[in-house]
Design a protein around this ligand. Structure first.
Ligand SMILES: Cc1cc2nc3c(=O)[nH]c(=O)nc-3n(C[C@H](O)[C@H](O)[C@H](O)COP(=O)(O)O)c2cc1C
Length: 228
């Protein structure tokens, strides 16, 4: 993999990595990445992000706990802390979400009819796609939409810093459908909302899923210019 240098390069190079090598990532390296990511701006400099990092036994504890819950609740716990997508989700967002899923399955050569293979891939979310390090991003329940947007600033900063360090990442809202289980197993206080997980590790360069590339709408689809 070519290591990017500079923000523009890292922005262009970052992708969601969904298959990893076993190669460990040290605590020191994760600390360095978190220190960089914490330079992200936040309204009033509240820095509302709370991060729990797991590897080794701690990582396995969360994975095992979620597997145990899944036996009873395969599609998530009955009580969710937030809804991932609008219900119903309308176009253009519906179409974009569909295309993103199809891009992943096309890279893996899994056809629409092969529901089992698709479900097996989705289940890999709950193993951090094999990444040796998992991070959980949570936020105090008192926080407002402004502070939730600060989480996004932090997360993208972390993903870019990891990209520049030659590491792969995948943000994972999937974990949020097991809030109680993850929070208990990862030691996240009950008065915090679990937003997402993040897989972190060395990308498996040979895994077909890592060839997934997603499209973006043209600037004219989401921006209007005036007064230029
Ligand atoms: C907050 C957030 C949560 C996400 N949750 C998941 C997830 O649970 N599982 C997954 O495979 N991808 C997840 N993704 C990855 C998106 O699908 C991906 O970012 C999008 O399709 C664009 O592709 P790219 O990251 O490769 O550019 C998430 C991304 C973000 C920003």
């Amino acid at each position: 993999m070519t290591i990017p240098h500079g923000v523009a390069d890292a922005l262009a190079a970052r992708i969601s990595t969904r298959a990893y090598l076993d190669t460990p990532v040290s605590e020191a390296q994760v600390r360095d990445l978190l220190t960089l990511a914490a330079r992200a701006p936040s309204g009033g400099n509240l820095q509302p992000w709370q991060i729990n990092v797991v590897t080794g036994e701690a990582r396995q504890r969360v994975i095992d706990a979620v597997k145990a819950t899944q036996a009873e609740h395969p599609f998530g716990e009955p009580e969710l802390e937030y809804q991932i997508y609008p219900k119903p989700i309308i176009d253009p967002w519906r179409a974009r979400r569909f295309a993103c899923g199809e891009a992943v399955y096309a890279a893996m050569d899994i056809p629409r009819e092969d529901k089992m293979a698709r479900l097996t891939h989705v289940a890999r979310n709950f193993e951090f796609f094999g990444a040796p390090v998992g991070l959980f991003v949570s936020i105090h329940k008192d926080m407002q939409p402004g502070q939730w947007s600060d989480l996004g600033m932090f997360i993208q900063s972390l993903l870019l810093a990891a990209t520049e360090a030659g590491l792969g990442t995948c943000a994972q809202e999937a974990w949020s459908i097991y809030p109680k289980t993850v929070k208990t197993a990862a030691g996240i206080p009950a008065d915090f909302t679990l937003f997402c997980g993040i897989a972190l590790g060395h990308a498996d360069p040979l895994a077909p899923v890592n060839a997934t590339r997603t499209e973006r709408a043209d600037v004219d689809e989401f921006a209007r210019f005036a007064g230029f």
